[in-house]
Design a protein around this ligand. Structure first.
Ligand code: AMP
Length: 413
């Protein structure tokens, strides 16, 4: 068979190599410990959804929906999209499975791949992984504060360096619409000073101007009206209570009235964690409240709040040395007795030991060297005359009869 040119992974994707996996798996375990420990239940939703879910859920005018989705048609001509974010899918599942009938709030967490057609660079991929948490069915400010604290603790424990938290409130959808009109008028009055991108979005989404790094735009925004000053008394009180809870917990944050997130569904609390240890792509995780989203997706009026954090960004910002896989307790070495070695390996594993066996045809000497390289604690040498157990730390070797003898020796060396 002829080979052909060597294939590469698609642009903006990456392979998780064996050296990367211990850090990822321990991050997953940390999530399960922290989020599971706080009573959030693990969930999974499909990697592709009907395109309409994101058009309705994330918002037609957002960058994600307009420019970044990987959309495909199935054989029946239905439009499907690889999920660019997790909240819409979780809310769809909440409605589809009648989770509003469960005791509220329903608190969930997830981990999995997401897809956005962005220009790849360090820390920005087209397929990346997010950890997410969502709480549906309560507008109590303690839920906002709880989720923010959980993410802060998770990121700190994962070793993310130079972490900063920015926090704001967007108010209710109505307050935001009124404010959008006010901001639109302000922007239109000085339209010629704005960047072309901001100008193009004045009608559809004037708040996104706050995301711009363009100097002229920033100057126009410096004296723009602030949404934080336009909150209704109830929204202002909700925000004050979220802040009070975070203050009492001793969490540092900065109130940033210019914080607008790139998704349309947010109401009230929004927040973003960044790490100065990262380059241009400094966002580690963020989220907010989305009290209208479930209803927008055809469900009953339901409050909700959640966040998502990037697995790869967390690992980058933690900057840990690549860790090695945990060493096996026993390496099974053999030359002519494949079946006996295979059987012994299976029995030892059944008894709960971590075991690897020789599978590359090395000489016995080569096998012992390999066992050392794996940092195995013992080598069980199998040959036709019997079984020998070597303590690879002391070099001591002794004959043993059965798998049970090896288990005993390993458990009480
Ligand atoms: P967002 O939903 O845009 O707020 O994203 C939440 C988090 O996901 C961000 O803070 C990043 O950590 C991560 N993230 C978003 N987009 C990407 C991407 N293209 N590549 C890698 N990580 C990403």
């Amino acid at each position: 068979m002829s080979g052909g040119p060597r294939l590469q992974a698609p642009r903006g994707t990456f392979d998780v190599l064996p050296g990367d996996s211990p850090a990822r798996l321990s991050l997953f375990n940390l999530c399960q410990g922290r989020l599971g420990g706080a009573g959030l239940q693990y969930t999974e939703t499909p990697i592709f959804e009907d395109t309409e879910l994101f058009a309705r859920g994330v918002g037609e005018a957002t960058d994600i929906v307009q420019k970044e989705m990987f959309t495909l048609e199935d054989r029946a001509g239905r439009s499907l999209t690889l999920r660019p974010e997790g909240t819409a899918g979780v809310c769809r599942a909440y409605v589809e499975h009648g989770m509003h009938k469960l005791p509220q709030p329903v608190r969930l967490w997830y981990w999995g791949p997401f897809f956005r057609h962005e220009a790849p660079q360090a820390g920005r991929y087209r397929q990346f992984n997010q950890i997410g948490a969502e709480a549906l069915g309560s507008d109590d400010p303690s839920v906002d504060a709880e989720l923010i604290l959980l993410l802060a603790e998770l990121l700190a424990e994962a070793g993310v360096r130079e972490l900063r938290l920015r926090l704001s409130s967007l108010g209710t959808a109505e307050a935001r619409r009124d404010y959008a009109d006010e901001l639109r008028a302000h922007l239109l009055a000085r339209e010629d000073e704005l960047s072309p991108e901001v100008r193009a979005r004045i009608e559809a989404n004037p708040l996104r101007a706050f995301d711009s790094a363009h100097a002229g735009t920033r100057a126009v925004l410096a004296d723009a009206p602030r949404l934080l000053d336009r909150l209704t008394p109830e929204d202002a009180e909700h925000f004050a209570e979220v802040r009070a809870l975070l203050d009492e917990a001793g969490l540092d944050y900065e109130v940033d009235p210019s914080l607008v997130r790139g998704l349309d569904y947010y109401t009230r609390t929004v927040f973003e964690f960044t790490s100065d240890a990262l380059g241009a792509q400094s966002g580690v995780g963020g989220g907010g409240r989305y009290d209208g989203l479930v209803e927008q997706l055809g469900g009953p009026p339901t409050a909700g709040v959640g966040w998502a954090a990037g697995v790869e960004r967390i690992l980058l910002a933690a900057g840990g040395e690549p860790r090695r896989q945990a060493p096996p307790a026993v390496f099974v070495a053999w030359e002519d007795s494949r079946r006996t070695a295979f059987d012994l390996t299976r029995r030892l594993r059944q008894d709960g030991l971590t075991v690897q066996m020789e599978q590359a045809g090395r000489s016995l000497k080569g096998q012992l060297k390999h066992a050392d390289r794996l940092r195995a604690r013992f080598a069980a040498v199998v040959d036709d005359d019997g079984l020998e157990l070597r303590d690879l730390r002391t070099g001591e070797a002794r004959p043993v009869k059965t798998a049970a003898d090896i288990v005993d020796a390993v458990r009480s060396p």
